[in-house]
Each structure stands twice: as C-alpha cells, then as structure tokens.
Design a binder for this molecule. Sequence first.
Ligand SMILES: *[C@@H]1O[C@H](CO)[C@@H](O)[C@H](O)[C@H]1NC(C)=O
Ligand SMILES: *[C@@H]1O[C@H](CO)[C@@H](O)[C@H](O)[C@H]1NC(C)=O
Length: 137
Amino acid sequence: MASFKFLKLLAILAVMFAVLAICSPASNLNKKHDVCPPPPIMHVSGPAGRVAIKSIQNVSWWCNECSPADPVIIELIKNCKDVLFKRRGRNANSGSEDFVVDPKWATVGDKFHFRVTDPVIPVSGNSSKFIVFKIQG
Ligand SMILES: *[C@@H]1O[C@H](CO)[C@@H](O)[C@H](O)[C@H]1NC(C)=O
Ligand SMILES: *[C@@H]1O[C@H](CO)[C@@H](O)[C@H](O)[C@H]1NC(C)=O
C-alpha cells in the first residue's frame, strides 16, 4: 500500500518535471521574440520642388540600422523609371554628396528623384521628387 502511494508520488513528480522541462525553454524563446528590432529605414533627403539646370544640389541619407562600414549605391531616377546614373558611395549610416544638375541628363519638365541603397542589409529609400525648370544665368 505504502509503496503504491510512493509510486504515485513519483509519477506526479515525473510529470511535473517533464512539464517544467518542456515549458521553460519555450517561454524563454517567446520572451526573445517579444523584443523585435525595428525594420531598417533608409531616409533620403534631396532637392525638392523646382531645381535649375547647372545648379549644385545635395543628396544626403541616414539609416540608424545601417553600419558606417556598409557602402551605398546612389541612383538618380528619371520619371520614376529610368536610372540615369548609379554611383557607389561610402557610409550607409549617414552621408551626403553634392551633384551638378547637368544639362547632359537634366531635361526641362522631367521629374527626378534619388534612390539610396545599403546593399548589405539590404534597405533602400527614395528622396522626394524634383522638377528641372531652366538654364541658370
Ligand atoms: C522608389 O523609387 C523606385 C524607382 O522609381 C520605385 O520603384 C519604388 O517603388 C520607390 N519606393 C518607394 C517606397 O516609393
Ligand atoms: C550636403 O548637405 C549636408 C547637410 O546640409 C551637409 O552637411 C554636407 O556637407 C553637404 N555635402 C556636401 C558634399 O557638400
């Protein structure tokens, strides 16, 4: 009789340990998943509105989730589809470049925007659009 009770107790203990063993790693995993890092965002700031041919403009970018060691690809896009040029730059975390609104590619009335990409993560972002309007001076 006494040994039967003892076996029952052992069985209950065994079940409790099994439940603990199964549940605790799972709850640790769930805790890790609760803390999701934010999705990376590439912010791109460039000229906006109307921009004169031959003027000097500036495109800049920053991305908190990108490493300063990552390169960037800077693209100038015409009318949302044609990539006019593609250039490699340094520091996807933050940087800027000057550029001349060159009459070789800047045609009056067309819309342009920049796209900056960190190819390592990868993440990319667009600047606002600008319209080329006249020949300066
Ligand atoms: C960024 O620009 C590219 C090229 O025009 C376009 O394909 C893409 O949809 C744009 N992305 C956003 C978020 O607007
Ligand atoms: C572009 O503009 C940024 C922000 O105004 C400035 O810090 C940076 O020096 C400029 N870049 C160049 C290459 O002139």
